[in-house]
Design a protein around this ligand. Structure first.
Ligand code: SAH
Ligand code: SF4
Ligand code: F3S
Length: 435
């Protein structure tokens, strides 16, 4: 019997990857993915716990399924991901209609849990099991895929930044052995993938290859048909010499790096337990840019961390001025129960709002300036899908800018040179050049 599975994904790219793998695992149970909860036999929310708002979204989303569940008592509702890990049984108490809870390290057991839930019992698994879940998951299907894919190579975090829940929800740092990553990468390429983004909560702490992440990247470069390699997210302290050198030497490694710093004040960096200073971060950027002068940088910032003063905040603005980011994500500090920073003196909400606005104004200005500077330049675009207008194709430049062109004869998966002619709020426009 075919059943329908609706998965809604929140949070980071690692959750996107996990959702794919969970859908594949449920495929073995006769489930096919549906795009709407309305006709689903099972609804699975793959959740994020990083900020308070992210976690609350889960409960309000669950509330919306009450009617569906009442109309179809056979409908099973599951919660996966980081809220599942952090709140486990609490979720079932708050929302009794939840049948199944599964943490990010135990979702290879999802088929068993689903079978248990089908008997009418509640099913919960938030273990950090000994076995490698990737080895216990169903083999990936052979179906053709789009040109880009995520591939998780590292999970977990041992850094314990004072604000962050990830070390608690995802557990200790673990790396997948290089030969297994290579096998999965070859398989993705055979199915049409041209760009792989290697994922990890601390991807540059990867040690599944004897020469670390740089070693893995160099091995991936040997796969014919794989054109582009990216990786995210990195911690400044795990950026070793080999990886810096790879940015200058590996042709398939794209010149874009997400390297969060969170703040520019040494006092705050110390209280955040980031284990480096602003100056060390700036030196690191210098070395990366020496290896790859056109490197586009991206970052994450938190404003209003406990005890952050106006002067501390200005240090963050000064660091941003010094780096010039091509893109960035910024957040107001959100208190997370159980993390050290939640116990400290909080910055008033209106202050956080004000700082976030000023920070984002500066980041947007930099982003626009760098994007506008692309006009007149030639980039290579990996085309992904048709654009909004007829005859349009959209893809990404080496620097991860969205680029649209009007072109005949270009398909998803093609890589072609494009001259940039316009710069809009969210994307660049260009014309295809003779290849
Ligand atoms: N491993 C990655 C980031 C994981 S979380 C790293 O170390 O960079 C993604 C981003 O969410 C973080 O970089 C941080 O900017 C933000 N974040 C994490 N915890 C937060 C909190 N309690 N409040 C606000 N933002 C937070
Ligand atoms: Fe969270 Fe820090 Fe680990 Fe990143 S490095 S996941 S911010 S604890
Ligand atoms: Fe969120 Fe968990 Fe990712 S908390 S950001 S889904 S690791």
């Amino acid at each position: 019997m075919t059943r329908k599975l609706f998965i809604k994904t929140y949070g980071c790219q690692m959750n996107v990857y996990d959702s794919e793998r969970m859908a594949e695992a449920m495929g073995g149970q006769g489930y096919v993915v549906t795009e709407t909860p309305d006709d689903a036999d099972m609804i699975l929310l793959n959740t994020c716990h990083i900020r308070e708002k992210a976690a609350e979204k889960v409960y309000s989303e669950l509330g919306r399924y009450k009617g569906l569940k009442a109309a179809k008592p056979d409908l099973k509702i599951g919660v996966a991901g980081c809220v599942a890990q952090a709140e486990g049984e609490e979720i079932m108490r708050r929302q009794p209609m939840v049948d199944l809870v599964v943490g990010p390290q135990s979702y290879h057991r999802l088929p068993e849990l689903e079978a248990k839930a089908r008997t009418g019992a509640k099913a919960l698994d938030t273990d950090f099991p000994e076995e490698d879940k990737f080895e216990h998951l169903t083999a990936r299907p052979k179906a053709k895929r789009g040109p880009t894919a995520f591939l998780t190579v590292q999970e977990g975090c041992d850094k314990f930044c004072a604000f962050c829940v990830v070390p608690y929800t995802r557990g200790a740092e673990l790396s997948r052995p290089a030969e297994r990553v290579m096998r999965e990468a070859r398989d993705l390429v055979e199915r049409g993938v041209r760009e792989i983004t290697l994922l990890g909560q601390n991807v540059n702490a990867y040690h599944g290859h004897e020469r670390g992440l740089a070693g893995l990247i160099r091995e991936l470069e040997t796969i014919d048909g794989l054109a582009r390699i990216r990786f995210t997210t990195s911690h400044p302290n795990d950026m070793d010499d080999a990886l810096i050198a790879a940015h200058g030497e590996c042709e398939k490694l794209m010149p874009y790096l997400h390297l969060p710093v969170q703040a520019g004040s040494d006092r705050i960096l110390k209280r955040m337990n980031r284990q480096h200073t602003a100056e060390q971060y700036l030196r690191l950027i210098e070395r990366l840019r020496a290896a790859r002068p056109d490197l586009h940088l991206s970052g994450d910032f938190i404003v209003g961390f406990p005890e952050e003063t106006e002067a501390d905040f200005r240090d963050t603005l000064a660091l941003i001025e010094a780096v010039e980011y091509g893109s960035a994500f910024s957040f107001k500090y959100s208190e997370r129960p159980g993390t050290p920073a939640a116990e400290r003196a909080q910055v008033p909400e209106d202050e956080k709002d004000d700082r976030l606005q000023r920070l984002q104004a500066l980041l947007t200005k930099q982003q626009r300036a760098l994007q506008d500077a692309m006009v007149g330049r030639e980039v290579r675009v990996l085309f992904e899908k048709p654009g909004r207008l007829p005859g349009q194709m959209v893809g990404k430049s080496e620097y991860l800018h969205a680029v649209h062109v009007e072109a005949q004869g270009i398909g998803a998966g093609d890589i072609a040179p494009v001259r940039i002619e316009s710069s809009g709020p969210n994307s660049l426009g260009g014309v295809l050049m003779a290849m």
